[in-house]
Each structure stands twice: as C-alpha cells, then as structure tokens.
Ligand binder design. Sequence first.
Ligand SMILES: [Zn+2]
Length: 158
Amino acid sequence: MYLLNEAPIFLEFMDRFLKKANSKIKIKATDELFLYDKCVCNKHYCNSFILKTKRKIQKDFYMYHTIKTNKGTFGIELFDNGKFIFVATENKNLPFKKEHKILFKHKSSIKKNLIKNKQKQKLSKKDKKILNRFFKDFKIDPDYKIHYYVDDCIIDYI
Ligand SMILES: [Zn+2]
C-alpha cells in the first residue's frame, strides 16, 4: 500500500470530482487512509482504486453510492473492514490511469507493506492540463449527487 500523496493526480481528481458531486468532503493525504490495491474485476477499462483506512469501522457497515456522469458511471463503496473503493470502470481516459498502472503493476500482493517512493510525486503542468480538460465539460447527473448522509459515511474513513 501507499500513502495517498503517491498519487497526486488521483487525489486532485477526487477533490474535483467530489466537489462537482456536491460533497463537502476533502480527501487529504493523511496517516489514516492508504492506497491499498487494485480491483480484481478484470474489466478492460477498470481504474478503480481500493483505498483502506486504519480507522475502526462499525461491524457490518456497508454503503454503495452510484454517481452517473456524462463520462461514465462511478461509485463509492465502503466496507466494514476499512476498504473504500472508488469504482471507475467505464471510462478508459481517466486522468489518473497512469498512476493506477504504475502503482499497481506488481503481480504479487503489495497490500501488507507500506511502500514509500523516494521521489516525491507532484502534479505536473501537463497533469493539470489533463485534469482541466476532463473537468471542463464534466457533468454529474443531478439525481446521483452526494448527499450529506453519504458524506457522513465517507468522513469515518479519512
Ligand atoms: Zn475493477
């Protein structure tokens, strides 16, 4: 697993995505939430990020929130074992796909140890341009906005 700041494009993406979806949450790089694993669905375009929190979650808690957009359907899935999945399976041109590929290229399990890269990852000008282009005409279906009760669930993980 990795600290969230190993994936600055994903972090910035989440920030803008959640804002557009009406969420009040800001996903920050903290000591509680980690980039944990990739999804095993094997869908061709899957760029889902599995995050995991160190915080204790109430037993049997589960939540899934779907977010329909003009650039595919996304989802937020929360489990009682601390897993927080950002589901992204319908768009092959997500700005963070290269980070997803680099971080989770290993076949063996990377889950147990915290992997720290020596080089600090930063958003480049090009990354910002790609993000700007993605969000310029990005629209969330108003029926799928994130309401305060979804925020209340997410906040327990960060
Ligand atoms: Zn998947």
